[in-house]
Ligand binder design. Structure first.
Ligand SMILES: [Zn+2]
Length: 296
């Protein structure tokens, strides 16, 4: 069900014009926008990175690895998703892979920036894209699967977004969340990426439970590469101390050979996770939450 942002009326009719008050969302750069005007200046990412991200992420071991893990998680927890939303979908890399696996699913993506939606809609022309603020999602019990991949760490009030996700899920629906893990890994990379925090497992699980989710699964990943990640963060500190210019996309501009080696290591990690083994530590966390039947 959709929710009218003006009068709060819930409706399921096609299109976005509210049957009660006739309000319809405006379109910005070709995308329906649910963002308040004052939010347009929100400083949580640099939109000028999107063209480069679009070019680099398809070849990056990290995006490939995370996307394969997400596809594995979907197959495990929601094997036939019908109506999927990815919040903060960026340039649509994950949604494009989901489209290949689930050609008949209804896919939607949202982002604060229409600059990224432009690339996402080129990648997945059959999905719907919205400019949306995750604090005010215009949905109620609409989706059976919502993805929030490395989004919550950018948001001041992450609990409020988890609560919006909970309401937007149909009873029985699932959310798949990934976030950066371990406070001790905090570095200039997090600052440059506009992160508000890195999570502990207890913090993420606690916040999800508090908003009503039952936790179906939680595991670390980027476990085998954790020592390299620590070294890379130490180098980041060194580079900043030496007043070298720090490139926030440095980890995406890796030498192709290094990228291939990292990719191989990640494949080993995927095989471990596919066997249902949960990893206790790693650079990131993956958590699946369920909105149990009877909620709503
Ligand atoms: Zn209305």
């Amino acid at each position: 069900m959709k929710i009218c942002k003006l009068c709060g009326h819930g409706f399921s009719s096609p299109g976005w014009r509210c049957p009660r008050c006739e309000e319809a969302p405006t379109s910005i750069n070709g995308f329906l926008s649910f963002v308040e005007e004052k939010m347009q200046l929100h400083d949580s990412f640099k939109p000028e990175y999107f063209p480069l991200l679009y070019r680099l992420e398809a070849g990056s071991f990290w995006f490939q690895h995370r996307t394969r893990l997400i596809l594995g998680a979907i197959a495990h927890c929601s094997p036939a998703p019908k109506n999927v939303l990815e919040i903060g979908c960026g340039t649509g890399f994950a949604l494009a892979e989901i489209r290949k696996t689930y050609p008949d699913a209804t896919l939607s993506g949202s982002d604060l920036f229409t600059e990224s939606l432009h690339f996402a809609s080129m990648r997945v022309p059959t999905a719907s894209f919205y400019q949306m603020d995750a604090y005010r999602m215009p949905f109620n019990e609409e989706f059976d699967l919502i993805l929030a991949l490395d989004i919550l760490e950018h948001i001041d009030n992450d609990s409020r977004v988890l609560s919006e996700i909970f309401r937007s899920l149909s009873p029985g629906g699932r959310v798949i969340v990934t976030v950066p893990q371990h406070r001790w890994l905090w570095s200039i990379q997090d600052v440059k990426a506009f992160h508000r925090r890195r999570y502990t497992r207890r913090e993420l699980v606690g916040k999800m439970r508090h908003e009503g989710f039952k936790i179906a699964c939680v595991t670390s990943f980027i476990t085998l590469l954790l020592p390299l990640m620590v070294l890379s963060r130490l180098y980041g500190r060194f580079a900043v101390n030496a007043r070298k210019e720090y490139d926030p996309l440095r980890e995406l501009k890796m030498h192709p050979l290094m990228n291939r080696i990292m990719g191989r290591v990640c494949r080993v990690e995927e095989r471990v996770l596919q066997r249902g083994i949960k990893l206790p530590t790693g650079g990131s966390l993956l958590c699946i939450g369920v909105k149990e039947l009877g909620h709503g």
